[in-house]
Design a protein around this ligand. Structure first.
Ligand code: NIG
Ligand code: FE
Length: 417
């Protein structure tokens, strides 16, 4: 592959900085190079600088990408997503529009369980085809790396099926996927009368097999009233750790069930959602260095109004992350730009904080901060060109497709033109 240079970005938003997740005022330091340029060779960034500096000593065989005064950002990293599932829940969407709540729909047999039925009914090839279509939506929104959770199978074979689909997505698409095992997403219908037996199945059969087959890097759990309580969560997460999996947790989404303290105590990489989390719990997460993954699109899409306390978390020194929570029930959006809009309007994060939270901080939360998440020499040439001149416009023009083109390891993988 020829070396490539991109020149004349109105802003090359590098996120250059310390080699760790960013906290406090660092969240606002985007390392912007005005009229910026960047050189990429063999998929890896060789240099960033002003366009003049980069243009000065270009190799002879260089291919130049002209940014024409557009904004260039690292590819977004979506640290929380459930992209593999059968069907949609558009019927429940309409029921909520008519006044039903997510909790009521779940209690009457809908919710996660209805997606489990459709996912089990789909073949591996069908699930892959559905997910591949959705993956294009992520690329078109400027995302180049995403987490992918299982969790709509809820039996050994069905969870393995989903994790194999995630592996195939990774092999067949330009996007990079980080696989997470979420067998403890809900108690499946057939175990409704014996939930403890399902916990045993997760611990004794699912976790060892998933780990042995190398199908996941992380283990997640839905720690929530009516799903998995603190004691079961701790048992499952400890078992996951013993198999070498790192931990993420769904915590305090609908009710406060004490999951944030558990995340801190057990050393989870992330605690996600946190809509109901209080100050003492925020302090515990800070003390333990757990990264909060905030998912405002799920609050919005459920028609709720209680967003996580992002400002208190930033003040407490937490390395905040933003994600989509892409899933068919509570957050049917692949769009980090939409999440940035919500972060600014509903959680009072600044556009700069939002961008740090959805690039470098998200990359660290997925154990990939050394390789992606910023535009610095030595990192992968994963970047997105936006059709605007100021990075703040990405959050400002909400619902507007500003992505012009997307590059992974220096190759154009998606172009709006
Ligand atoms: O993150 N909270 C649990 N999981 C999803 C919802 C999944 C679903 O409704 O299908 C979430 O919001
Ligand atoms: Fe989720």
């Amino acid at each position: 592959m020829k070396p490539r240079a991109i020149l004349h970005a109105s802003q090359l938003v590098t996120l250059a900085g310390p080699k760790r997740p960013r906290v406090g005022a660092e969240l606002s330091a985007l390392g912007i190079i005005e009229d910026g340029g960047m050189l990429v060779r063999d998929g890896v960034i060789v240099a960033t600088g002003s366009s003049d500096q980069i243009a000065r000593d270009l190799p002879n065989d260089i291919e130049v990408i002209e940014a024409h005064g557009r904004v260039v950002l690292p590819g977004f990293v979506d640290a929380h997503a459930h992209p593999v599932f059968g069907g949609t829940r558009v019927d429940e969407f309409e029921m909520r529009a008519r006044g039903a709540t997510y909790e009521e729909i779940a209690a009457s047999g809908g919710g996660i369980r209805s997606t489990v039925r459709k996912t089990r009914a789909a073949s591996e090839a069908e699930l892959l085809a559905q997910a591949q279509k959705r993956v294009q939506w992520f690329l078109r929104s400027g995302t180049t790396t995403m987490e992918a959770k299982s969790g709509y199978g809820l039996s050994l074979e069905e969870e393995l099926k989903i994790l194999r689909v995630i592996r195939q997505l990774n092999e067949t698409s330009a996007l990079e996927f980080v696989p997470t095992f979420l067998g403890a997403h809900a108690i499946p219908e057939e175990f409704a009368d014996a939930p403890e037996q399902y916990v045993t199945l997760v611990i004794d059969e699912m976790l060892p097999t998933v780990a042995e087959q190398g199908l996941a890097e992380y283990c997640d759990i839905f720690c929530e009233r009516g799903y998995f309580d603190l004691a079961d969560s701790e048992k499952i997460l400890k078992a996951a750790q013993s198999h070498g999996l790192r931990l993420r947790m769904h915590v305090d989404q609908l009710t406060n069930s004490g999951g944030a303290f558990l995340a801190a105590r057990i050393g989870a990489a992330t605690a996600d959602h946190l809509e109901q989390t209080n100050e003492a719990e925020i302090a515990a997460l800070a003390e333990a260095g757990v990264q909060p993954v905030l998912l405002p699109a799920s609050v919005y899409a459920l028609g709720k109004t209680r967003y996580p306390k992002a400002r208190a978390m930033i003040d407490a020194g937490l390395a905040v992350v933003l994600g989509t929570d892409f899933n068919p029930g509570s957050s049917p959006t692949p769009s980090i730009p939409m999440v940035l809009s919500l972060a600014c309007t509903q959680m009072k994060m600044t556009p700069a904080e939002g961008i740090t939270a959805s690039t470098i901080n998200a990359a660290y939360s997925l154990n990939r901060g050394e390789r992606i998440g910023s535009l610095e020499a030595g990192k992968a040439g994963n970047f997105t060109v936006f059709d605007c001149a100021d990075y703040r416009e990405i959050a400002y023009w909400f619902g507007t497709p500003l992505v012009h083109s997307v590059y992974v390891e220096g190759e154009c993988v998606c172009s709006a033109r």
